[in-house]
Ligand binder design. Structure first.
Ligand code: E4P
Length: 220
């Protein structure tokens, strides 16, 4: 399973990348706005900085246009920034057309805002490199987001699609565990969720005891 971090914050990206467990980054307009980044030059420089941190990793950069021509223009420019850029396109009629266009141009895409298995199937048929089903946002409206991951996984296996499931809107470690059991190819989660994966109270208790007993060995 590949781990992407869902943030545009360079320090958080560095922190998780330094653990040696990071395979990529997903951003979205809300995450970019949270960092206070404005203007095309600054936005592009920020994507480049992210790509440089996760050298060899994949970095989703989202188009801001909602019309086909705008998505094509923006996506082609984003793809020029760095070879790690994956153009993130919303799940709309124009978005699907744009994904088909980018696929023919060998530009990698991430179809975002996927909330149904039918949307994922259409994105796969258009040639999306990734589909991003939003698990947490479905949970928020009392619908089991993990059921969606299961359904998409079954469909993609039935037809051997190359499109990868990028489970998004991940809120806690159990989401990651369940996505791994189902077989999602990638999860994207905030830094805190990855750090939470490391924790277990018995580890803390066990380490405390080892440190105490270790002092009796008088190594130093
Ligand atoms: C996906 O790529 C999105 O950036 C993200 O996972 C959305 O998560 P949220 O529901 O926590 O905003």
């Amino acid at each position: 399973m590949r781990f992407f971090i869902d943030t545009a914050n360079l320090n958080e990206i560095r922190e998780i990348n330094n653990l040696g467990i990071l395979d990529g980054v997903t951003t979205n307009p809300s995450l970019m706005a949270k960092e206070g980044i404005t203007g095309k030059n600054n936005i592009f420089a920020h994507y480049k900085a992210i790509c440089d941190i996760v050298d060899g990793g994949e970095v989703s950069a989202e188009v801001l246009s909602t019309d086909y021509a705008g998505m094509i223009r923006e996506g082609e420019e984003l793809a020029e920034i760095h070879e790690g850029i994956v153009v993130k396109v919303p799940m709309t009629k124009d978005g699907i057309r744009a994904i088909h266009y980018f696929t023919n141009k060998d530009i990698r895409t991430n179809c975002t805002l996927v909330f149904s298995a039918m949307q994922a199937l259409v994105a796969a048929k258009a040639g999306a490199s990734f589909v991003s089903p939003f698990v947490g946002r479905l949970d928020d409206i009392s619908t089991d987001g993990l059921d969606l991951i299961e359904s998409i996984n079954e469909i993609f296996l039935n037809y051997d699609y190359d499109t990868e499931i990028l489970a998004a809107s991940i809120r806690h470690p159990m989401h990651i565990l369940k996505c791994a059991e189902i077989g999602a190819h990638v999860v994207t989660a905030p830094a805190k969720v990855f750090l939470d994966l490391l924790n277990h109270p018995l580890t803390d208790i066990g380490l405390k005891k080892f440190v105490e007993d270790g002092q009796k060995l008088k190594l130093h």
